[in-house]
Ligand binder design. Structure first.
Ligand SMILES: CC(C)(COP(=O)(O)OP(=O)(O)OC[C@H]1O[C@@H](n2cnc3c(N)ncnc32)[C@H](O)[C@@H]1OP(=O)(O)O)[C@@H](O)C(=O)NCCC(=O)NCCS
Length: 169
């Protein structure tokens, strides 16, 4: 058991989220970006877009951000009912303790209750990340296809990306 709290994030949380993403990205097979591709600009960009048009939630333990999930509007008016670019990351020391489930369920609760304008939420997971894909299916996401060889692995070779979506019932 690990104790943690779940709250919505603000722009003030950029530094804590940056540190989290650096540590999660250091382990290959989860996030698309490698640790050296996690820049302050990358973090600030998704935090500000999520605060403005979407939802961003963090989990904290002893004051440190140990989990984060976000999704935001993807731009054009034709996509006004969609939240996309969903990404979730839990610190390696805290994975498997229910943090990911808690922040993902909170994100979906806020969308269901507070964002009736949102009818569809999108994410993409690499095919080898079966732990994550099964987890997303339990939350209510459906596999919508297979983007063949979209991912170039660090050690060479390619793998497919799996687009998934949740639809408001
Ligand atoms: C994927 C990730 C967000 C899940 O968060 P987590 O806090 O580890 O997950 P939880 O402990 O809340 O478990 C959620 C579900 O995942 C599954 N799960 C957790 N650990 C697992 C493991 N070691 N093996 C298989 N399934 C596992 C379980 O089905 C669990 O659901 P349940 O509680 O109904 O059994 C986290 O592991 C992570 O950040 N991974 C690296 C980055 C990444 O892959 N991001 C997603 C990119 S698409």
């Amino acid at each position: 058991m690990k104790d943690f709290t779940v709250t919505n994030a603000t722009i003030e949380d950029c530094e804590g989220i940056f540190n989290l993403y650096r540590e999660v990205a250091a382990i290959e097979g989860g996030l698309a970006r490698t640790a050296d591709e996690i820049s302050e600009g990358y973090i600030k960009n998704f935090v500000s877009k999520s605060v403005e048009s979407g939802i961003i939630i963090v989990a904290r333990s002893d004051g440190k951000i140990i989990g984060e999930i976000h999704s935001y509007a993807i731009g054009a008016k034709v996509f006004a009912h969609v939240l996309g670019e969903l990404t979730i990351a839990v610190h390696p020391d805290f994975q498997g303790f229910g943090v990911g489930k808690a922040i993902f369920l909170e994100l979906m609760r806020q969308i269901t209750e507070n964002r009736p304008d949102i009818l569809r939420v999108e994410l993409i997971a690499r095919e080898s990340n079966q732990k994550a894909i099964k987890f997303y299916e339990k939350i209510g996401f459906e596999i919508e296809g297979r983007m063949t060889n979209r991912i170039k692995s660090v050690g060479g070779g390619f793998e497919s990306d799996i687009p998934m979506a949740w639809h408001r019932k």
